[in-house]
Design a protein around this ligand. Structure first.
Ligand code: NAP
Length: 399
């Protein structure tokens, strides 16, 4: 029986939905009360419990996102929740199932296609309390003790990193992986790469972040790209001149030349981010370097539902956790604070919005908002404490 629908107490309830009414900054975000959607025959209605944030949302709010964005878009693509109503023709899902949305209900397998619509850009996103989605675009989560906040943190960065590691030339145990930065994509790559048996090298602009990432998440080697502007030489030093087998490229045009120097012969550079300034004068010689290195330079645009399923399976079976930077509440002020936090580059890992109160303890155990025992609370608490200390240390920004 539906937990939500005709005849129930909440039948007439309204949904608090956030839309970007302008894209000149995060202040364009406004709350609206809209009717809770009614799922179609092939859809399920999901109570969104946790929604995680990517740099993409900041880029969209500031009109810096390279793909089309619809007017008054509801932001965010990463949502984990519980099914509260099931359409008549839906098979394989039931009320109460814990689910994760793929990045699109159209990008189910294979590469991105410009005809596809993505949640949070040219299709309304998932920053809603209740959302009706086609059942074919959601993933039933395995029965593990991961919280829905943990699962929400996997969606975009998990699909993207799984695409980088396994959508082309696959990562192998013992491969060396260079990961730029300490944000959401980077720490997802660190988590999945380490668990797959890779040797990880991570770069950051901050020694504090590097110390934290090494002690908490086990990065094998760290390089500060501010104090080592020629960081590719450090990579070659660490790897005895051999270079790395995979690069998770975050800086884009600003760093690709150095990544080509750092990659091993036959290696793979996955072009994921576009955070550095444009530097066309850095470009001459790139094609010949790539040719001489026999390397693969591969553009990544998110990842299909099928790729995300691979990441979910790995995280579930190996009990992995994507580092969560901190959790925010579901209100306009908190969402704007989270966007500003990401815009200032303060995060380590993924910021997540939770639609219920924070973790509670009982009988000496910790319970997450979805009622499950909070796996890895210690790491969560330390991360949170660290993020707070960074705020105190840095004031308005960390450089
Ligand atoms: N292609 C795709 O499918 C896809 C999917 C997801 C994200 N992205 C893109 O990937 C990038 C990262 O996304 P995110 O959500 O992980 O962002 P994020 O959480 O904001 O993290 C960004 C991190 O990048 C690092 N960084 C910034 N400039 C850098 C530079 N010049 N060189 C090396 N590292 C640098 C910073 O690390 P430190 O603070 O430690 O220095 C920062 O923490 C963004 O451009 C985003 O749009 C693309």
């Amino acid at each position: 029986m539906d937990a939500f629908g005709p005849g129930t107490d909440v039948e007439m309830a309204q949904d608090t939905v956030f839309r970007l009414t302008s894209r000149n900054g995060v202040e364009g975000l406004q709350a609206f009360q809209e009717p809770i959607p009614t799922p179609g025959q092939y859809e399920v209605l999901i109570k969104a419990r946790s929604v995680s944030l990517n740099y993409r949302e900041v880029a969209i709010a500031n009109s810096r996102y390279p793909l089309p964005v619809k007017d008054n878009v509801i932001p965010c693509s990463d949502m984990a929740g519980e099914i509260v109503q099931v359409g008549d023709r839906v098979k394989g899902f039931s009320v109460g199932d814990r689910v994760l949305a793929a990045l699109s209900d159209q990008m189910l397998y294979g590469p991105f296609n410009p005809a596809y619509e993505l949640y949070g850009s040219n299709l309304d996103g998932l920053l809603q309390q209740y959302v009706a989605l086609p059942a074919h675009g959601i993933i039933k989560l395995p029965d593990t003790s991961h919280t829905l906040t943990q699962w929400a943190a996997l969606a975009c960065t998990g699909a993207t990193v799984w695409n980088a590691f396994y959508g082309g030339i696959p990562l192998k145990p013992g491969d060396r992986v260079l990961i730029q930065g300490t944000g959401g994509v980077s720490l997802t790559a660190l988590t999945l790469g380490k668990a797959a048996g890779a040797v990880t090298i991570i770069t950051s602009s901050s020694d504090k972040k590097l110390e934290y990432v090494q002690s908490e998440f086990g990065a094998d080697h760290t390089i500060n790209y501010k104090t080592h502007p020629n960081w590719e030489a450090e990579v070659l030093r660490i790897t005895n001149g051999e270079g790395v087998d995979h690069v998770i490229e975050i800086g884009g045009e600003a760093t690709i030349r150095q990544s080509l120097e750092a990659v091993a012969f036959g290696g793979v550079i996955s072009l994921v981010g576009f955070l550095g300034p444009r530097a066309e004068d850095n470009m001459p010689g790139l094609t010949s370097t790539a040719m001489l290195k026999n390397c693969t330079v591969r553009g990544i645009l998110g990842g299909s539902k099928q790729l995300l399923e691979g990441a979910v399976r790995f995280m579930g079976r190996r009990g992995l956790m994507i580092p969560i930077d901190r959790t925010f509440g579901y209100s306009r002020d908190e969402i704007i604070a989270a966007l500003e936090h990401v815009a200032a580059g303060k995060q380590i890992g993924k910021p997540v919005f939770e639609q219920q109160s924070t973790f509670e303890t009982a009988n000496g155990k910790l319970y997450a908002p979805d009622g499950s025992i909070g796996l890895g609370y210690e790491a969560y608490a330390q991360t949170r404490q660290y993020a707070q200390s960074m705020d105190r240390v840095s004031g308005s920004s960390i450089d």
